[in-house]
Ligand binder design. Structure first.
Ligand code: SF4
Length: 223
């Protein structure tokens, strides 16, 4: 095992006007589907995934240690009522709704969050932390992909770092109940043994704080 791929998390956040975001009152949605959460402390829980289009980062091996494997460019521009109409059919399967992306915090407003909660959803979010979230989420997963000083969300339920061989154990200043190290998968969906073993050894360095999280949905071939 080598330590030859030292990566410093970058701070190149794309300004909001440069992103292809819809007008106020509309949302750019990539997909809506029901599946199982595949990682972190909620792994195995059935959730409806509301995936927002657009992200303010462009993660790559050189700036984050791995290449982004999420296609967040495709979008349907939807109104709030159109989103609620699609979600209502899925409410029979689970009360949990996960807002993900891309970066969902680019589009989630306090009003939208409040309306979802009034409709009876428990709301989880997966964010890169570069935008401060409104209050009221039931579960926050913060997965930093940029330099620590760019993180605006200062608390979460869980913090998860995607790491590959050669990257060091982070020293997050974000308050959270759970801290996870997650080995980066390859663009073809495989997990390199070297990245897995590197992350296992990182966890062993501070076992009281860190746990390993594997993206189970990739391992078992569900989305
Ligand atoms: S923050 Fe997530 S969605 Fe955005 S570019 Fe990075 S890996 Fe992709």
């Amino acid at each position: 095992m080598s330590a030859n791929r030292s990566v410093r998390l970058a701070h190149n956040i794309i300004d909001r006007p440069k992103l292809d975001l819809p007008a106020a009152g509309q949302f750019a949605i990539n997909e809506i589907f029901c599946s199982l959460q595949g990682e972190g402390a909620q792994a195995g829980r059935a959730m409806v995934f509301l995936r927002f289009s657009q992200c303010n980062l462009r993660c790559s091996v050189s700036n984050s240690g791995f290449d982004c494997d999420t296609d967040f460019s495709g979008k349907r521009v939807m109104t709030q009522s159109q989103i609620f109409s699609e979600l209502s059919a899925m409410k029979l399967q689970t009360d949990w709704l996960l807002l993900t992306g891309g970066e969902p915090a680019l589009q989630v407003t306090p009003d939208f969050l409040g309306a979802l909660k009034n409709a009876g959803w428990k709301i989880a979010i997966e964010t890169n932390g570069t935008i401060r979230l409104p209050e009221g989420f039931d579960w926050i997963t913060l997965s930093p992909k940029s330099a620590e000083h760019t993180i605006r969300q200062r608390h979460a339920d869980e913090v998860k770092y995607v790491l590959s061989e050669g990257m060091s154990l982070p020293r997050p200043s974000i308050a959270a109940k759970h801290y996870f190290v997650s080995p980066a998968f390859q663009p073809d969906g495989t997990l390199r043994r070297e990245d897995l073993e590197w992350c296992i050894n990182l966890v062993k360095q501070a076992p009281d704080k860190w746990r390993l999280s594997i993206q189970l949905h990739k391992l078992i071939g569900i989305r």
